[in-house]
Design a protein around this ligand. Sequence first.
Ligand code: THU
Length: 183
Amino acid sequence: MTTPLSASSPDDVTAVCAAHDLTLDEFHALQSHAQEAKTRAYCPYSKFRVGAALLTRSGAYVTGANVENASYPVTTCAERVAFGTAVVAGYHQQQAAAQAGNGNAAAAGGGEGGFKAVAVATDAVGPASPCGMCRQCIREFCDLSVPIIMFDKDSKFIVMKLEELLPLSFGPDALGAPDPAKS
Ligand code: THU
């Protein structure tokens, strides 16, 4: 098991940022956005709050939180809420290209599409990692090298690349579709 690092340790954060091509500001913004999103979780059944934050390649932050349901399987995880929100906002690269000029806020901003990093925050002791379904969702829209930063209740964190969390993954390329993270 990877030993968690501390978000309050400049050495830890600097090393992680260097390894994953993030700035210190981006790292701390991902942390604060994920932790703030966690406060908006709707989780009356599990009482397990999860917040997610995505950093787009154009520099925007998109958040999500888990949204539960009395019919338990209808629950949507924080990560999938965030990606759904981001795709509909036009931050997905293919959409950004297709929708440019149609008034879509994200597309109108121009620049690159796709995502640079994913952060997840919970109240757990020790970082919790995205569930299998969410890993597959992330795989749809992110390069395999994208870092996934997992914060626990005390801002201890671990970082793993998508390819480490989801080895031998099945993605859009397997169906002959253009890679959404690259096209
Ligand atoms: N949950 C997430 O939001 N993301 C994950 O990756 C794992 C689990 C949520 C779903 C449910 O509301 C609660 O955590 C307990 O499973």
